[in-house]
Design a protein around this ligand. Structure first.
Ligand SMILES: NC(=O)c1ccc[n+]([C@@H]2O[C@H](COP(=O)([O-])OP(=O)(O)OC[C@H]3O[C@@H](n4cnc5c(N)ncnc54)[C@H](O)[C@@H]3O)[C@@H](O)[C@H]2O)c1
Length: 446
């Protein structure tokens, strides 16, 4: 049955969710404090880069409205999802400085309503936050009792930038931490009707849902760092090839192939900071997060591994004309936060290399973080490669995968290529180019 729902916080994640719910026929009130976001959504446009999102917003006009009016959102909706940011604190934990005022606003208007509404928190938080921070604010400001007069759920988002829409509609699991059964039922009904893949819906306490959310991302960082360690081993053992090793490991159903690629460091807005938050949280409660710590440390070594490989191949970087393909932390996003490219670029600049960079979506965001004259931002792959002596492929965009040896030979002064993601086939990249694949010792047998 179609409902009126609210999503508070129309950011990288919240807007995708709001658009999907509206596309499935619900009437969705999106609340944000950013006027640019509100205006864009109401004009049927996406204010941010995310595949498919623009189409959904356009298609949902009339069913998706954006506003800064909390009263309207709370009064009209049966479920209010909170999806505001939770920036990192100095000690690595997550701040609730955006969640707390949102909860207070919701509580204020909840006071004026008679019907039972559910508040579902979706932001990433440390375990205990829903019960200890959000619930008391809602109860105090509304004068109502959680579980009796209104419901509270922790319903974490487990999706990836670049595939927000697909992941939201096809999740591996829907996690519902609930204050009471009625609230859990209301959320479960929404997901049953919205998801296209009939996912398992796991219902539990608020705390277990919170621990599961943060643990999931940390498990993936451990897996990625382990794969990067295997990649480094393969580079040092004659005949080693991380793709073959990962293929074998990945066939084991207890392990699985995903996140075992062995390439650059993990980056973006979630993996590094969730791991640090997990470490901070375990410290607070007197546990030791040895594996999370190790994943973090291995991750910090990855840019150095790339630079070392380059110096071994081409010698000192000073004065070298270098093309760098890929700035974002992964394809299909414009986010460069904590990306391998940011760190590698900074080292190149410090070492005095003459650097040209290109990315299908991440140029503007990189320019904001690394302004100045030491980097030439280019508008095409060809322009980036032109007259350079070395090319490093740092993000596996499909635009880069399509390149042939001729593309490099035609533009570059000396076509030396370091492929961090092994996008190219060694057989094709043998003649006329000097091709090095990270995670592989020497050349692969053709
Ligand atoms: N980015 C990811 O890949 C990812 C994945 C899973 C979970 N998360 C978590 O989801 C949460 C949201 O992340 P995001 O990347 O969408 O954040 P974001 O910064 O892109 O968006 C947050 C939005 O909330 C709005 N906002 C702030 N205060 C507000 C208020 N008082 N009222 C209404 N709107 C307000 C901001 O204007 C912004 O549009 C975070 O906790 C994040 O850790 C992120």
């Amino acid at each position: 049955m179609q409902k009126t729902l609210s999503v508070i916080g129309l950011g990288k994640l919240g807007l995708g969710m709001a658009a999907c719910l509206a596309d499935k026929g619900h009437y969705v009130i999106g609340v944000d404090i950013d006027k640019k976001v509100i205006d864009a959504v109401n004009a049927g446009e996406s204010p941010l880069y995310e595949p498919v999102l623009s189409d959904l917003i356009e298609r949902s006009r009339g069913r998706l409205i954006a506003t800064d009016d909390y009263e309207k959102a709370v009064k009209q909706s049966s479920v209010i999802f909170i999806f505001v940011g939770t920036p990192s604190e100095q000690d690595g934990g997550f701040s609730t400085r955006y969640i707390a005022p949102v909860a207070a606003e919701i509580g204020k208007h909840l006071k004026q309503t008679a019907d039972f509404k559910v508040i579902a928190l979706r932001s990433t938080i440390l375990p205990g936050t829903t019960e200890r921070v959000v619930k008391p604010i809602l109860e105090e400001t509304s004068g109502k009792l959680c579980g009796r007069d209104f419901g509270l759920c922790y319903n974490p988002e487990i999706l990836a930038l670049g595939s927000v829409i697909r992941d939201f509609l096809n999740p591996d699991v829907v996690t519902i931490g609930e204050s009471d059964k009625v609230s859990g039922d209301m959320l479960a009904d929404i997901y049953t009707a919205t998801c296209e893949n009939n996912p398992p819906i796991v219902r539990t306490s608020l705390t277990n849902a919170e621990i599961a959310k943060i643990s999931l991302n940390v498990f993936l960082t451990v897996k990625m760092s382990f794969a990067n360690t295997i990649a480094e081993i393969c580079e040092k053992v004659p005949g080693g090839d991380v793709d073959k090793v990962s293929e074998i490991l990945g066939c084991d159903r207890r392990i699985g192939r995903k996140f075992l690629t062995g390439a650059t460091r993990y980056g973006g807005p979630c993996f590094p900071r969730d791991t640090k938050a997990f470490i901070a949280f375990t410290r607070q409660i007197g546990c030791q997060a040895l594996l999370a710590n190790a994943a973090d440390q291995v991750n910090d070594l990855q840019n150095g591994r790339i630079i070392e490989t380059i110096i071994q191949k081409v010698g000192p970087l000073k004065g070298k004309q270098v093309a760098l393909l890929g700035l974002t932390y992964k394809p299909d996003t414009d986010i460069v936060l904590e990306s391998a490219a940011l760190g590698v670029t900074q080292i190149f600049v410090q070492e005095g290399a003459l650097l040209k960079v290109f990315d299908p979506a991440g140029i503007e965001n990189t320019r904001q973080v690394l302004p100045g004259n030491s980097i030439e931002y280019t508008e095409s792959i060809e322009q980036c490669l032109r007259d350079t002596e070395l090319c490093i492929v740092l993000t596996p965009w499909k635009e880069f995968k399509q390149l042939t040896p001729q593309d490099f030979i035609r533009e570059m002064k000396t076509p030396v290529i370091l492929d961090c993601w092994r996008l190219y086939n060694n057989k094709d990249f043998r003649d006329g180019v000097d091709y090095i694949a990270l995670g592989v010792e020497g050349s692969r047998p053709c």
